[in-house]
Ligand binder design. Structure first.
Ligand SMILES: [Zn+2]
Ligand SMILES: [Zn+2]
Length: 372
């Protein structure tokens, strides 16, 4: 049996680089060799034990790679060696939910999210891709791995916040939290034609990045009353669309209080516990407002569209990648990302890169520094 290296979840705060068996594709499935992947905030929830997955699972849901092996029935469309990305969400395209245009809910609530949740994920040398015909998305030759690394999840999710908010040309938009997803929501608001786009975040570097991603102004919630300021900026009405990109009661409530009657709260955050909507914040429930939630859209055509936006120079997500690690150095990468050290936004992980520390080297391997 062929073996491969992978990062395995062994329990709360216990990630290990292990040798595991390399997957083989059945009919309709493919195996890709991962060339780049990354860590998501959701992975941190998993590792901390806040979102349960089974012990022994390979984590990670953001794959960039090369087709290594195709199961039966795919060689009319795909070929070995082809560069691909796969969305974090892998819809089947055939079930009740997919056929009712709720692809991310494939098979049931959150069911489209398989990688690093219900099946092995992308923090490995090889990844088994289910429903491959619906999910392998060929990468245009001119694009580098890093140019497409944010598309499987971060960009797809963030931009979906603007799409679900149905932002129209000239709308005023506030985006609460400017982490990687919030920044992509800001970008989405710009692409949808919003006029005023207000990025809200307590961290100065993130507010600076927010302007780079399309915010027309930024607000620091620790130094001013954001809801009051947003009302002042919109003639007392409130913004047309607020996007929540953190998943906390405070940001949800501020987003709700900041939208005008008839406005939309588009929610992207992952919440835990109870979420409360105070009656005055929703005008007793009578103000024709909408609250919409969205899970990252996946599937190969979503990925094709996002790659087209990069190819055609409509967006560049590479500024989000602030740090690079060998997959072997997952411990360092996870530590930096989970404690949000050193101004990190996203880390890129490379399975083929040599580790930068002596720990984990075997069989006469020598220490070599990565060439990135
Ligand atoms: Zn994610
Ligand atoms: Zn489905």
């Amino acid at each position: 049996m062929e073996m491969m290296k992978a990062v395995v979840f062994r329990g709360v705060n216990d990630l290990r680089v292990e040798e595991v068996s390399k997957p083989r594709p059945k009919a309709g499935e493919a195996v890709i060799r991962i060339t780049a992947t990354t860590i998501c905030g959701t992975d941190v929830h998993i590792v901390k034990g806040e979102y349960p997955v089974r012990e022994g699972l390979i984590l990670g849901h953001e794959p960039v790679g090369v087709i290594d092996e195709l199961g039966e029935g795919l060689d009319d469309e795909f070929s070995i060696g082809q560069r691909v990305i796969v969305g974090a969400i892998t819809p089947c395209g055939q079930c009740f939910y997919c056929l009712n245009a709720a692809h991310s809910q494939c098979g049931g609530a959150l069911g489209g999210w398989r990688f690093g949740n219900t099946i092995n994920g992308a923090w490995s040398e090889y990844l088994l891709v289910p429903h491959a015909r619906a999910n392998l998305a060929a990468v245009p030759e001119a694009l580098t791995d890093e140019q497409v690394l944010m598309l499987p999840d971060i960009a797809s999710t963030g931009i979906s916040g603007a799409e679900s908010g149905n932002i129209r040309i000239g709308d005023s938009v506030a985006v609460f939290a400017q982490g990687p997803i919030g920044l992509c929501a800001t970008l989405g608001a710009r692409l949808r034609g919003a006029s005023a786009i207000v990025g809200v975040d307590p961290v100065a570097e993130r507010r600076a990045m927010s302007q780079r991603f399309g915010a027309s102004m930024t607000l620091d919630p620790t130094s001013e009353d954001v809801v009051k300021r947003l009302k002042e900026l919109t003639g007392g009405r409130g913004v047309d669309v607020a996007i929540e990109a953190l998943g906390r009661q405070e940001t949800f409530e501020s987003a709700l209080r900041s939208i005008r009657p008839g406005g939309v709260l588009s929610s992207l955050g992952v919440y835990s516990g109870k979420l409360v909507a105070p009656y005055e914040a929703i005008y007793a429930g009578l103000a024709d407002q909408r609250i919409v939630t969205t899970l990252c859209p996946g599937g190969k055509d979503r990925m094709r569209r996002l790659m087209a936006m990069v190819s055609d120079h409509r967006m560049d997500l590479t500024p989000l990648i602030t740090h690079r690690f060998a997959l072997d150095d997952i411990e360092d990468a996870y530590d930096l990302f989970s404690r949000q050290g050193d101004g990190v936004l996203k880390v890129a992980l490379f399975p083929a890169a040599a580790p930068t520390r002596t720990r984990g080297l075997q069989n006469g391997e020598t220490l070599s520094h990565m060439a990135f």
